[in-house]
Design a protein around this ligand. Structure first.
Ligand code: HGY
Ligand code: MN
Ligand code: MN
Length: 410
């Protein structure tokens, strides 16, 4: 296979440009799914896809796809992609690196006069982050047939908006049915968002599986009372009960050496007044584990603890499931192709598990799928300090190019 390289300056420049879209007056970057800033990001990426001569296709849940109709008539496309929606106060690489690298690979092949044996597509999936609308990976889940379109569009956000209405408002309520292109294979490149590659000095991760995810919202109803006059033993303090759950989770998942992780990322009290015992606490629990059995055990242990807590504190506790995805194993042949491509470029690689959820976790239901990771500085992500050195970004994108060529004869 003749050596071909991506256009590093074009890729890095686009990452910086997209990374400026959606910053607030304080410079914080936030492009929540189907928001006005998400629209601006979509418009920018769709413009680059159009300039590259790709056909732009949008499905009913807003998944944005650029398609190069080439190769054998009727052949299933090789799909690249990720997401461009972000968390709150985000970095510029999470998701965006995957979409822009996929576009860069296609543009490089087109410019080189390559003649792939199959079409090439690059997708930006809706609402991968799940910050505004749960579950996360909603767009790719719908694309893979794991969530009905009507149900997806009826999803109510944390701000009370309805996803379908918001997609229509920003002009991305497309007409294609999710899954309209069934990929031959799917490849996603992503920053690792963890410390492993950097710590080991390895530039390429050949991701062979993604851990399972369990999201739920817990609501504790206690009794408002006077902070000064109510004896401690007479309180039904929803805030105190919530704090005990947070401590329980930390102590439970750190008691052994299992890789289970637990996070309480959102918490609100009512009436949220300095001198009122909280009557209500609402918070989210994010549990993850690469082993389905262990994940289920952790969910059950939490449920048991909530029952005990309700009795002990004299409160009522309700839970609402927000997302639940089993661990996913990727395709061994595609993982091997990633390792071979890295080796051919003289790059060390290692097989690894993804701690974060990804669209690939959903598209793996449709076709052979795998991911490429590049190192994250300090293992940091979901944080404006998220960073990956340019040489690692370019090396990763070149490996994506080579695997793409290997998979579609480009
Ligand atoms: O939550 C996740 O793992 C991903 O960032 N949506
Ligand atoms: Mn991501
Ligand atoms: Mn993310």
């Amino acid at each position: 296979m003749t050596e071909l390289d991506i256009d590093a300056e074009r890729l890095l420049g686009r990452l910086r440009t997209l990374g400026e879209i959606g910053r607030d007056d304080g410079g914080k970057l936030t492009r929540l799914a189907a928001s006005d800033t998400d629209r601006l990001g979509r418009d920018r990426v769709g413009g680059w896809m159009r300039e590259a001569g790709l056909e732009i296709l949008v499905d009913r849940v807003g998944n944005l796809v650029g398609l190069w109709r080439t190769g054998a008539e009727g052949a299933a496309p090789l799909m690249l992609g990720s997401h461009i929606d972000t968390v709150i106060n985000a970095g510029i690489y999470d998701g965006c690196f995957g979409v822009l690298s996929g576009l860069e690979v296609i543009e490089t092949l087109k410019a080189a006069g390559a003649r792939p044996q199959r079409p090439l597509a690059v997708a930006a999936f809706t609402n991968e982050e799940g910050v505004r609308y749960a579950p996360d990976m909603l767009g790719s889940l719908a694309y893979a047939g794991g969530l009905g379109v009507a149900e997806a569009l009826a999803t109510v956000g944390t701000d009370g908006t309805v996803l379908g209405e918001e997609l229509a408002r920003i002009g991305y309520a497309g007409t294609q049915e999710p899954g309209f292109l069934r990929p031959h294979a799917y490849l996603e490149i992503h920053v690792e968002q963890g410390p492993v590659l950097e710590h080991q000095g390895i530039p390429i991760g050949a991701v062979e599986n993604v851990q399972g995810i369990s999201w739920q919202r817990v609501t504790i109803e206690g009794e408002a009372n006077h902070a000064g006059t109510t004896p401690m033993r007479m309180r039904h303090d929803a805030g105190q009960a919530a704090a005990r759950v947070v401590t329980f989770l930390r102590e439970r998942v750190t008691r052994g050496n299992a890789p289970t992780v637990a996070t309480v990322g959102c918490m609100t009290f009512e009436p949220n007044a300095i001198n009122v015992v909280p009557s209500r606490a609402s918070f989210t629990v994010d549990l993850r584990d690469p082993d389905e059995e262990r994940l289920r055990e952790e969910e059950l242990a939490l449920a048991r603890y909530l029952d005990e807590l309700a009795a002990a504190e004299g409160v009522t506790i309700q839970t609402e499931r927000l997302a639940r995805f089993a661990p996913v194993a990727f395709d061994g042949a595609v993982v091997a192709a990633i390792e071979q491509a890295a080796t051919r470029r003289g790059l060390r690689s290692r097989r690894m598990t993804s701690g974060a959820g990804h669209d690939a976790q959903m598209i793996a239901r449709l076709c052979p799928t795998a991911m490429i990771f590049v190192p994250s500085a300090g293992g940091i992500s979901h944080n404006p300090r998220e960073h990956t050195p340019a040489e690692d970004l370019v090396a990763g994108a070149n490996v994506l190019l080579d695997v793409t060529r290997a998979l579609c004869g480009g």
